[in-house]
Design a protein around this ligand. Structure first.
Ligand SMILES: *[C@@H]1O[C@H](CO)[C@@H](O)[C@H](O)[C@H]1NC(C)=O
Ligand SMILES: *[C@@H]1O[C@H](CO)[C@@H](O)[C@H](O)[C@H]1NC(C)=O
Ligand SMILES: *[C@@H]1O[C@H](CO)[C@@H](O)[C@H](O)[C@H]1NC(C)=O
Ligand SMILES: *[C@@H]1O[C@H](CO)[C@@H](O)[C@H](O)[C@H]1NC(C)=O
Ligand SMILES: *[C@@H]1O[C@H](CO)[C@@H](O)[C@H](O)[C@H]1NC(C)=O
Ligand SMILES: *[C@@H]1O[C@H](CO)[C@@H](O)[C@H](O)[C@H]1NC(C)=O
Ligand SMILES: *[C@@H]1O[C@H](CO)[C@@H](O)[C@H](O)[C@H]1NC(C)=O
Ligand SMILES: *[C@@H]1O[C@H](CO)[C@@H](O)[C@H](O)[C@H]1NC(C)=O
Length: 518
């Protein structure tokens, strides 16, 4: 991030046109104000999700370049086939209205012109927050075993500001944190695509998340201007949802959850009953998550005795030293569960009770009605990755009819650190025997089958790719095969009952307030 300040900042005039065209769209901000730049391209183009991408303006700095090789597992040639390559720091300035936006950065590590894929090492800053630092796209793609990487951030463009500045800055060689690199060239920065999507205000700030601190729910307000990074976005018990099938025209990617389930106990995944309709209450607008997320779920299984002997657990690698907000999406979708106290369960995060007595019907008001809950967890300090544990277990204190748990969707967001003004984490570690793989943009042969071990934001994972041995590190801990969708009889509770104690968690509808986090 050496010399950002000294370099030119240019406004993309081309984009001003699209802003003007949408400014009249009033409240329809999920449609208006979207910006997509197919970096390095000479004409506008449409991707496989139906999104139209503009070329970047001729005035943009750096060099336009085509990828030397197009990996067949790329979801779409647009925007990955071309890139902007920066030998020195460059700032894009996007015209946006104040409020929250998704900023998505698309990277396809490949050789560009004379630049080898392994020579890219750079930082990205937006709105004063470091989003990426010493980012090695080749290593990240290798470690996650994907061809391309999408990083999604949620930023609040402050009132009074009319632009979002995004700076790409090559790392300086003396400060490189990893790798010997190629001998002489300086590191460079590149980007294939940049997308800015305004986010409806109620998507982020409706509730203060609850602190996962051992079952004594405390609201943890977070600052309204906090920047987030999407780490995971899972359609639990369902199939991947591509950006074009997201709700609210927000173009999010939702991944399958089965890759992250711990051990052999997968529970069962199932779709909604045919005669159930998903009905969004006013507190959960459809932009929160598409119907396909709520219309499928994973529960523990048909046997109460089995369910009482295990935790349904997901393990999600994240960067240590950050706060995370976990958003759990729930919706009861199969008869006969339609009344309160038919199914109640614990939510554990990192072995702490985040919630006891979670009763989806009691919270949502009925079958087919979505509800979500946000929890905040603090990870131990560190520079490496750490595992986030999420587990569900029946809560039998109120003698619910079924000893079981349910989850429909899960999102994990990393929160900006205020001491360093940063969201940047380390490059994910390479699996041990990946050393032989090259950094020249030619990817090792991928086997089909298992899963994409990646952040949800690595949305290229729509094409499932895997090198079995490369991912040994990830797979050893997790089972590969997804539970097939199955409609099962719901578990009956055992004869032995605990006396009802009327224990339901306190109401979680805290009003959001703007307070310092520390
Ligand atoms: C927003 O735009 C979409 C797509 O153009 C349209 O279907 C919807 O009715 C609009 N909503 C409002 C509130 O204008
Ligand atoms: C290298 O990083 C250190 C802090 O880690 C910083 O103080 C120094 O200015 C950096 N050097 C260059 C050339 O960027
Ligand atoms: C980035 O990672 C790749 C793969 O591990 C490596 O070959 C390359 O040298 C790294 N680049 C830099 C600049 O560290
Ligand atoms: C953005 O931040 C401002 C304060 O800086 C706050 O008033 C506003 O509600 C925030 N918007 C969102 C969508 O969080
Ligand atoms: C959306 O989903 C349908 C099937 O549910 C699929 O046929 C279609 O291709 C998807 N659209 C996109 C843009 O992925
Ligand atoms: C919906 O179908 C299920 C069986 O699949 C049945 O038990 C239930 O009563 C039906 N509910 C309504 C409202 O029709
Ligand atoms: C949670 O508990 C399990 C089993 O006791 C342990 O292996 C794991 O490391 C714990 N996870 C965290 C994040 O503390
Ligand atoms: C489930 O996880 C919680 C929290 O880590 C732990 O206290 C409990 O013993 C676990 N239960 C089972 C059956 O593994």
């Amino acid at each position: 991030m050496a010399s950002a300040a000294s370099l030119p900042r240019l406004t993309l005039l081309v984009l001003a046109v699209s802003l003007a065209a949408t400014a009249s769209a009033d409240e329809n901000s999920t449609v208006g104000g979207q910006i997509r730049v197919n970096c390095g391209a000479s004409a506008s183009a449409t991707d496989s999700d139906g999104r139209t991408w503009d070329r970047d303006a001729p005035s943009v700095g750096g060099v336009a370049a085509g990828a030397s090789y197009e990996d067949p597992s790329l979801p779409s040639a647009v925007p990955y086939a071309t890139a902007r390559v920066f030998g020195s720091s460059y700032t894009y300035s996007f015209p946006v209205r104040p409020g929250r936006v998704f900023l998505r950065l698309f990277f396809y590590p490949a050789a560009y012109g004379a630049r080898g894929a392994g020579g890219a090492l750079f930082g990205v800053t937006a709105g004063g927050v470091a989003l990426l630092r010493d980012f090695n796209a080749s290593q990240t793609a290798l470690a996650l075993n994907v061809a391309c990487i999408v990083r999604e951030f949620s930023l609040n463009v402050s009132a009074g500001s009319s632009s979002l500045d995004v700076t790409f800055a090559p790392s300086s060689r003396s400060n490189a944190s990893s790798g010997a690199g190629s001998p002489d060239d300086d590191y460079y920065a590149f980007v294939n695509g940049i997308e800015v999507v305004p986010v409806p205000a109620d998507l982020v700030t409706k509730h203060a998340p609850t602190f996962a601190n051992g079952g004594r729910p405390v609201p943890m307000p977070i600052r309204a201007d906090t920047a987030f990074q999407t780490m995971y976005r899972l359609n639990v018990g369902g199939t991947a949802v591509s950006p074009g099938n997201d709700s609210g025209l927000l173009y999010r990617s939702w991944d399958e959850d089965s890759a992250y389930i711990y051990g052999a106990a997968f529970g069962v995944s199932y779709p909604k009953d045919g005669n159930v309709t998903i009905q969004y209450p006013p507190s959960v607008p459809p932009s929160v998550a598409p119907e396909s997320v709520y219309a499928s779920a994973r529960s523990m299984g048909p046997s109460a005795q089995v369910n009482l002997n295990y935790n349904l657990t997901w393990i999600l690698p994240v960067d240590a030293g950050f706060y995370y907000v976990l958003r759990f999406h729930f919706c009861e979708i199969q008869y006969p569960i339609m009344k309160p106290n038919q199914r109640a369960f614990y939510i554990y995060i990192n072995n702490q009770t985040a919630r006891e007595g979670m009763d989806v019907i009691a919270r949502s008001g009925g079958i087919g009605r979505p509800v979500y809950a946000d929890y905040l967890v603090v990870t131990a300090p560190g520079d490496d990755q750490t595992d986030l544990w999420v587990a569900l277990y029946p809560d039998v204190k109120t003698s619910p009819e079924y000893y079981d748990a349910i989850l429909n969707g899960l999102e994990v967001f990393k929160l900006q650190r205020y001491d360093t003004n940063s969201l940047a984490g380390p490059n994910p570690p390479l699996p041990e025997n990946a050393a032989a793989a090259d950094g020249n943009g030619v990817r090792p042969k991928k086997n089909s089958g298992a899963f994409v071990a990646g952040w949800a934001a690595a949305g290229c994972g729509l094409v499932a790719v895997l090198v079995g041995c490369l991912c040994a590190w990830a797979i050893c801990k997790r089972k590969r095969k997804a539970a097939s969708a199955a409609i099962v009889d719901l578990p009956k509770k055992p004869i032995r009952e605990t006396p009802a104690s009327g224990l339901h968690g306190p109401n979680e509808t805290y009003v959001f307030s703007i307070t310092a986090q520390k």
